[in-house]
Design a protein around this ligand. Structure first.
Ligand code: COA
Length: 420
């Protein structure tokens, strides 16, 4: 059955914090910042008292910060109690799960205005404990006892993809290189530097410390250097991995018929698809995520558009291989051709199929519960022509898509957005 929304829904405000490491700030501080930026982005202003319900994506404040039951606390900190406040958890897809919950709540006719957000604060824990905490989103019965971590799980997907299609570690490096180039134009990015500038910084640092100055001729030589680009879980190296991050994002949804009261340029959510899938051990093919294919098909059908129509896309590049597979599962490229497209620059900002203009999770950062909501902020800015230096060219940017995955695809949530 193809789902249809009983009532259209529009985004009239969107904001986010910078993603990064913020030792002095708690999740609630970050959420307040994101809420403020969102409020300022509403063109014609709004009265927060009009917000009727709050949905917050959060993976695990319990384990990261010792704080469960986060939604009412966030709601209190932005002055919105006693509104109903619900936490949405679908691992790294939690932000999109919150968006979908808000969308369905308005489409059902229950509410006219809803606040949606995403939050996560990961950097209070050392990396080993972050790795263990994230691993609770994989299968605790099978994956974890077998020694898998998330870099390890995606490394398995990467080796299966290389084996089947002939991609090489360089194919993945090209994705990281591109996303750092994009992120260098995004003031909200955690690692907002090109690989070239990171190389130069490391050369200068070596010189200052009186150490031998590295002689990398170019970015690819840097990325092949085992000391500069550590192997995390072969073939995934440091610059193939999203970082450990803190951050928050907030989005204001209203019923379509009310949108023009708040903005002359609302962005409409015209497609939404979600699907689930068994853990890796049950899959016959590691090179594709059936959940993404199914969720994407549902979203395209609801929106009445085809993959070729989409102009702006944010995909869940928690690891570089994930971006390549996403571009195939979304129908942008045939199976096995996504890596060639990445190598040839097709997916770069100025290429014919730009992917992750924000820098993606790789460069912008991946505060897991906030990442899906952060993707929406990028689409909102790009479709409205407000993305600054990284604004995609063209005067026909009318359709955007977000692809947000939980675990290794056990959850997939796709949304399609339209500027009219
Ligand atoms: N990309 C690029 N640089 C990174 C980075 C990343 N992902 N993570 C850390 N760095 C940099 C740091 O800025 C630091 O640089 P500096 O020495 O110039 O200051 C250096 O690498 C070491 O940082 P550190 O925090 O000690 O790294 P780490 O070894 O503890 O962590 C990873 C690196 C890759 C293991 C960690 O980022 C990670 O686990 N990422 C995956 C997260 C994940 O699984 N998310 C869920 C996905 S489903």
């Amino acid at each position: 059955m193809t789902g249809k929304l009983n009532r259209g829904v529009a985004i009239v405000g969107a904001g986010m914090t910078q993603f990064g490491a913020f030792p002095g700030k708690a999740t609630r501080d970050l959420f307040v910042e994101a809420f403020r930026e969102m409020s300022e982005s509403v063109d014609k202003g709004f009265d927060p008292n009009q917000i009727e319900a709050v949905y917050i994506g959060n993976y695990s404040s319990d384990l990261f910060e010792g704080q469960g039951h986060t939604a009412p606390f966030m709601t209190d900190h932005v002055g919105l109690t006693p509104r109903p406040a619900t936490r949405c958890e679908d691992a790294c897809a939690s932000g999109s799960a919150a968006l979908r919950s808000g969308l369905l709540a308005i489409a059902s006719g229950m509410y006219d205005m809803v606040l949606v957000g995403g939050i996560e604060k990961m950097t209070d824990l050392p990396t080993e404990r972050v790795t263990d905490t994230l691993a609770t989103a994989s299968d605790a019965l099978y994956d974890v006892p077998a020694g898998f971590t998330f870099p390890g799980l995606y490394a398995s997907i990467a080796t299966a993809y290389m084996d089947r299609y002939g991609a090489t570690p360089e194919s993945f490096m090209k994705v990281g290189l591109k996303n750092h180039n994009h992120g260098s134009l995004n003031p909200k990015a955690q690692f907002g530097q090109t690989i070239a500038s990171i190389m130069e910084r490391q050369k200068k640092s070596a010189e200052k410390k009186g150490r031998p100055i590295p002689t990398w001729a170019d970015e690819m030589e840097f990325l092949h250097d085992d000391r500069a680009n550590l192997v995390i879980a072969w073939p995934m190296r440091l610059y193939d991995c999203s970082p450990v991050s803190d951050g928050a994002a907030a989005i204001l949804l209203v019923a379509e018929d009310l949108a023009k009261n708040f903005s002359d340029n609302p962005i409409y959510i015209i497609g939404s698809g979600q699907a689930s899938e068994a853990t890796l051990r049950y899959r016959s093919d590691l090179t594709t995520l059936s959940s993404v294919r199914i969720a994407a098909q549902k979203a395209y059908e609801m929106a009445g558009v085809k993959p070729a129509d989409i102009k702006v896309t944010e995909v869940h590049d928690c690891f570089t291989i994930a971006e390549i597979i996403a571009t195939e599962d979304l129908g942008f490229f045939k199976p096995g051709q996504g890596y060639e497209a990445a190598e040839e620059g097709v997916t770069s900002r100025l290429g014919p199929r730009p992917i992750n203009s924000s820098g993606g999770l790789k460069s912008k950062g991946h505060p897991v519960g906030a990442s899906g909501a952060g993707q929406v902020v990028e689409i909102w800015k790009q479709l409205r022509g407000e993305a600054g230096e990284r604004q995609l060219p063209g005067d026909n940017l009318n359709l955007g898509l977000t692809h947000n995955v939980g675990g290794t695809g056990e959850t997939a949530i796709i949304h399609i957005y339209e500027r009219r």
